[in-house]
Design a protein around this ligand. Sequence first.
Ligand code: CU
Length: 224
Amino acid sequence: MPGLEAPDPNRSAQQPMQFAARRLPRLLPLAIAVALLGAGLVLAAGNPAAAQAPQSKVTINGTAANKWEPANAAVRTGGTVTFRITGGVTHPVHSGDGSNPEGDDRFDASDCGLENMSKVGDSCQVKFPKAGTYPYFCQVHFSLGMKGVITVGTSAGGATTTTASGGEAGGSVVEPPSAAAPPSSGRPAIYWAGWGLFALGALLALVLIALYVRFWPGFRRPKS
Ligand SMILES: [Cu+2]
C-alpha cells in the first residue's frame, strides 16, 4: 500500500487507519460469533439423517374419533410400536390394508386382539424386526377409515442401511414405490443459511485479522 510507504511520517494519513485498526479487535469477536452462529445452524439443521432417524419406540393412539393418531408412523428396524386406546372403546389391531377383514400375517398382531384392546388404557406392542412398509387397521372401525401405515427402517432417501436383526447397520433397504413416506426434500434452507453465515463470519474474521496485522501500530513495518 502506497500510504504506508510514503516518505513523509504522514500522520494525517496514518492516524485514521490506526484509529480504525484499534476498533478491529472489537469487531473480531463479532465476526467469530457470526461464524459460530452459522456453524451452529449447519450442525443443527444439516444432519437430516439424524433429525429424521426413526425412533426405536413409537406409540400410536386409538382415539375416541375412531382414528389412529398418528396413523402413519416410522420406527427403526427392530423397533417396537405400542398401540394404545385413548378413546372410543375397542380398537383391535390387524396387520394388512383391510382388503382382508381378518388381516394378514405380515406382522404379529396376536397381542393386539380384542381381548387386549377393549377399553381406554389398554395397550399392546408389536415388534418389527424387518424393514418394510406395514399397513394396519382397526378390526372394528376399519370401515370408518381407522387404518394407517408403519414404515420400518429409515425412510429418508429411499436406500439406507439397516440390519434385519439388530437395527444398526447392514443390508441395503429400498423402499417400495408405494411407501407412505414422501421422498426426502433435501436439506432445509436454514442449513444453507447457516453455511452462508459461517462463510460470512469467517471471511470477515480473516479480513479483520489481515487489517489488524497490516495497520495495528505494533505491527508497523520499520521505515527504510
Ligand atoms: Cu377401532
